[in-house]
Design a protein around this ligand. Sequence first.
Ligand code: GLN
Length: 198
Amino acid sequence: MRIGVVSVQGAFPEHISSSVQAMRRMGVEGEAVPVRRSKDLEGVDALIIPGGESTTIAKLLWRFHLSQRLLEMAEEGVPIMGTCAGLVLLAKEGDDQVQKTETRLLGLMDMAVDRNAFGRQRESFEAELEIDGLDKPFPAVFIRAPVITRVWGGCRILSRYQGSIVMARQENLLALSFHPELSHDTRIHEMLVSMARR
Ligand code: GLN
């Protein structure tokens, strides 16, 4: 299996090591590779869009022509996980900040987001999160985290924190407000690996 990690800006190195660890724990042979150009997407079975600055990542995704291929892959059913800024990019609807900065979203998931919802309150924090499909809480690290303000259509809520939606899934797409690559717990990356195995 090959897991691609979009590596144009932001928290990508940790995603590479968490992905490798998740595959190892599951006994799946594979590798995790950085994705910078669209040719890096060849042969990728699952993709991660990391946290960082959603405005910057969006700009680079379009500039390096990664978006076009990425949208096709989503359509083909390749599992894609967006964390934090990556969650913002997966959404169909952004808040006024997304509009003001003219951030071009990928628009793949039936959800609306507030880009800096938690950032306005506290810069970062950790919380034990109940997540649908996991038997024990997940130690989630939030950094200037966005939230999902609304879901519709095929988008399913997987977790809330203090009432706000912080994780959702729509078929092959997974969106998280937090940074699973910063926990030692690899269960979220394992989720992505099992989605790719189907
Ligand atoms: N709120 C930031 C943004 O949307 C994301 C922060 C993060 O990825 N840690 O740009």
